[in-house]
Design a protein around this ligand. Structure first.
Ligand SMILES: [Fe+2]
Ligand SMILES: [Fe+2]
Length: 471
């Protein structure tokens, strides 16, 4: 495996220089990407940002850190090392060598999977573009921009596959990825959660915790793909994603920590007037971001996904660690369902229930965050706790889209839902309050009053490091 070549116009470890046609095609997409970045990317003017750039795909030293102007970030194409003996781990082709080319019969499906993944990457950059104006610290500002440039790189990762393996249609799809925009009336992003706003930093932390984590699980299934270039691309993307998860997890930690501190110091739950976010408001934001992220996993059952699995296009989370036949033709799974209008479960074939399998892994992972945040409350000596709402709560996709349910999983008549939903989801009053706290703090070593400072800086630097130089 070649080390990424940074002398190239497009840094890469895929031997782009040896494929002139592909190189030219990507070099002609590059200016479109850059103009998309300038018009739809971060709005806060900066001189440079302390960013991590991938320089290798393995080992400890895979990234280097330094101050770079964001527009000069080296967005590149990096695939994890190739295992020449890799075999397909599941489905009807289990045991056969992984594919280095796209099989004709699966071309349309593979292209669709890549486009859907690719669409989420620039979408989140668009959703987060104005957050720089209200960053609580230079450390947070830097993390926001790091996430943004890497989501831009993930777009590159998908565009590379489209250009390299899907011909003219792939190139057209690559253009479309820059033309759809988050929240646009005419050409919105493909998935619902990616058209929601990220108007404040509590939303940003919740988004990077819950919605980026959905991305982690989707990438995990594509990493298992029989189509080896897709698998290797996703493997490396997952490495970068770990930082995005960290931003979300510790971001919510720090909000909870600060709120708990002010509650204890003042011996009150009513902390809004003291300039921090009350726990019930944090819970409402959590409810919102968790429920819209559950929707991203699709319906409880799906014959498309069953077919993707059998064909080898998309596996399960940690497929190779599963102790079964990896074909699932005789297995069954219990999935959420509406039975006679009630919240219940039903048994379906394991193949059709694969979305449920993935969502379950995701939910288990999410409960880890809640446990952490509750430990912070416990250590502060508080009795309040945060929780994940019931899977039927606030769903727009799947079995429970047709009903309304409370966070504890009680089915509600429409009137009661309408009357009570403000107890569970952020209201205009809550959002306005949270926004009122969002005033930028750009001084080195300083932080906004509604959030605690991080325990550690980035790459061994201290919290008061000059992570960002504003323009
Ligand atoms: Fe991403
Ligand atoms: Fe991400």
């Amino acid at each position: 495996m070649t080390r990424p070549d940074y002398a190239e116009k497009i840094p890469n470890n895929v031997g782009l220089a040896e494929d002139r046609r592909l190189q030219r095609a990507l070099e002609s997409w590059q200016p479109d990407f850059l103009s998309w970045w300038e018009t739809m990317g971060p709005t806060l003017p900066t001189q440079d940002v302390y960013l991590r750039t991938a320089i290798d795909v393995r080992g400890e030293g895979w990234a280097q850190f330094g101050h770079v102007p964001m527009i000069d970030y080296r967005w590149g194409i990096f695939l994890a090392d190739k295992n020449p003996d890799r075999r397909i781990a599941f489905g009807a082709h289990k045991g056969e060598p992984a594919w280095q080319k796209v099989p004709g019969e699966y071309r349309a499906e593979l292209q669709r999977l890549i486009v859907i993944q690719g669409d989420t990457e620039p979408a989140s950059v668009e959703q987060q573009r104005n957050l720089g104006a209200t960053a609580p610290s230079l450390y947070d500002l830097r993390n926001l921009f790091q996430v943004n440039v890497e989501e831009g790189r993930h777009l590159w990762a998908m565009v590379y596959l489209l250009h390299a393996y899907f011909g003219r249609e792939g190139r057209e799809e690559a253009e479309e990825l820059l033309h759809r925009n988050s929240g646009s009336q005419d050409s919105p992003r493909i998935l619902g959660a990616f058209n929601e706003e990220t108007p404040d930093w509590l939303s940003f932390y919740m988004f990077t915790y819950f919605t980026d984590r959905d991305g982690k699980y989707q990438l995990g299934t594509l990493k298992e793909s029989a189509f080896d270039p897709l698998s290797r691309t996703c493997e490396f993307m997952l490495k970068e994603e770990a930082h995005h998860m960290m931003v979300g997890t510790t971001g919510v930690d720090r909000v909870v920590e600060r709120t708990a501190q002010v509650m204890v110091e003042n011996d009150t739950d009513d902390v809004a007037a003291l300039g921090v976010i009350p726990l019930p408001v944090i819970q409402k934001y959590l409810n919102f971001h968790y429920s819209v992220s559950l929707d991203l996993f699709g319906g409880e059952t799906s014959t498309n996904v069953a077919n993707y699995y059998t064909a080898g296009l998309k596996g399960r989370w940690l497929e190779e660690r599963r102790k079964d036949d990896h074909k699932l033709t005789d297995d069954a799974i219990m999935v959420d369902a509406l039975i006679d209008g009630d919240i219940a479960q039903t048994e379906v074939s394991a193949l059709t229930g694969l979305n449920t399998d993935l969502r379950r892994e995701y939910i288990a992972d999410c409960s880890g965050g809640v446990k952490r945040w509750n430990r912070i409350l416990e250590e502060a000596g508080l009795s309040q706790r945060l929780y994940l709402p019931h899977v039927a709560f606030n769903r727009k996709v799947g079995a429970f889209a047709a009903i309304e349910a409370s966070p504890t999983g009680e089915k509600l008549p429409a009137g009661e839902w309408a009357a009570r939903k403000g107890e569970w989801l952020p209201t205009e009053v809550d959002k306005t309050f949270v926004r009122s706290l969002m005033r930028p703090v750009y001084e080195r070593g300083k932080i906004a009053a509604w959030v605690a400072p991080p325990r550690n800086g980035i790459n061994g630097q201290s919290f008061d490091y000059d992570y960002v130089h504003l323009a």
